[in-house]
Design a protein around this ligand. Structure first.
Ligand SMILES: C[S@@+](CC[C@H](N)C(=O)[O-])C[C@H]1O[C@@H](n2cnc3c(N)ncnc32)[C@H](O)[C@@H]1O
Length: 223
């Protein structure tokens, strides 16, 4: 499947032990992987994605969960019969996800934005791309580079679903303030039609109390 092709094409070993460069946006994740794994898995999909549930397909589809963390969302899609690829560049989170959800419920890939070089080499298109709590880890240059690459992975009529964090953040993370206007404009340049833009409070009580809010955005590939 995709992972086997990826391993062959980008020369990874199945232990994922070949990449030694740290992806800038992943700063602050590996050292807290155990605690974060519990947190990522503690929020139900329906609660976290209430604002966009109506945009997700019910018929079996191909789903890419980008920056999947421990794969909580990927597991939800897989349990509903979708064919899922979870991309996660932080080794400790990916390994924790494999332990939690197994190695065969969906495919795990070690790759990263903005280029997604390994994934794009496989020339697969997806019906849904989930980019949950990831986009604000990219700087402006990376975001400009990433949007066309995301668009190139979407099948006609596919949906791109994003959540972007605002407000206070842990100091060890690399987080940028990203406006909805910028994201909508970048998407429009890539034939991505705006379906939804709204602001929600955090579903995690501690973050809500701290004043964290989220932008929820969704786009449809019209090309
Ligand atoms: C807040 S976590 C969200 C995890 C998961 N999407 C969820 O909602 O549970 C952000 C994730 O983005 C990943 N990440 C950071 N920079 C990235 C990049 N450049 N490309 C892909 N993933 C990245 C991190 O490793 C981390 O797993």
């Amino acid at each position: 499947m995709l992972r086997r092709r990826l391993l062959a094409e980008v020369g990874h070993t199945p232990t994922y032990a070949t990449r030694h460069t740290m992806i800038p946006g992943t700063q602050g994740y590996a050292e807290h992987a155990a605690e974060l794994s519990k947190r990522f898995e503690s929020v139900s999909f329906a609660e976290k994605h209430a604002a966009v549930m109506h945009l997700l397909p019910s018929a079996p589809s191909t789903v890419l969960d980008l920056g999947a963390g421990t794969g909580a969302d990927a597991a939800w899609f897989a349990s509903r019969g979708h064919s899922v690829v979870a991309v996660e560049p932080t080794d400790a989170l990916r390994q924790a996800g494999i332990e939690l959800h197994g190695a065969s419920a969906f495919e795990w890939v070690d790759d990263s934005l903005p280029d997604l070089a390994g994934l794009r080499a496989c020339d697969q298109r997806f019906d849904v791309i989930m980019l949950t709590a990831v986009w604000m880890h990219l700087d402006e240059r990376e975001r400009r580079r990433a949007m066309p690459r995301l668009a190139s992975l979407l099948a006609p009529n596919a949906v791109l679903v994003m959540s972007i964090r605002h407000g206070p953040a842990p100091s060890e993370r690399r987080i940028f303030e990203v406006s909805d206007e910028e994201t909508v404009a970048l998407a429009a340049q890539c034939a991505l039609e705006k379906l939804l833009v709204l602001r929600t409070e955090s579903v995690q009580a501690a973050n809500r109390l701290a004043g964290v809010t989220w932008s929820r955005l969704a786009f449809r590939m019209v090309a």
